[in-house]
Write a protein that binds this ligand. Sequence first.
Ligand code: ADP
Ligand code: MG
Length: 173
Amino acid sequence: MTQPIYLVGARGCGKTTVGVALAQALGCNFVDTDHYLLTSTKMSVADIVAQEGWEGFRRRESAALQSVTAPGTVIATGGGMVLAQSNRQFMREQGVVIYLRAPAQILASRLAAFPEEGQRPTLTGRSITDEIVEVLAAREALYNQVAHHVVDAARPPAEIVEAVLAALHTARA
Ligand code: ADP
Ligand code: MG
């Protein structure tokens, strides 16, 4: 598999967890656009948003997507990467896009178990759980639209990796 593989989905769906394991299974590199953004700017998401607004964050996120895109790479994307049509088009053209799909209740329980994952400022100013329900409702169509394959992510990571590998195999058959 030389084409980049993009993992998309809401915060907590397992993009980082599954991405690391998938890259290992494929002998690929792994890169996380959020992590790339933080190390390349030396700023936290909260800092970027405070200084440049969400618009500035989204601009930097798009640049990060292009910077990390390379053959033989599994790329975990930020939850909002799909918002820009240009990002969706770029990912579909450059590689294989996998949507890790999980219900809001599961996402909320995962993030509640590890509160440090929820440090990004909420978009609505309401509770994380309420926000997840709302954000997922708004983005679900975009995740489905951009994905070449939709994979059920409400199961253990090893099973998700197997399902992604099967989907990739189908794509090449
Ligand atoms: P994302 O990168 O999509 O935001 P993460 O991989 O960081 O998601 O996972 C968010 C949290 O949920 C982490 O604490 C992680 O350990 C946990 N997690 C991820 N995938 C699963 C899974 N398939 N089943 C149970 N917990 C998971
Ligand atoms: Mg992640």
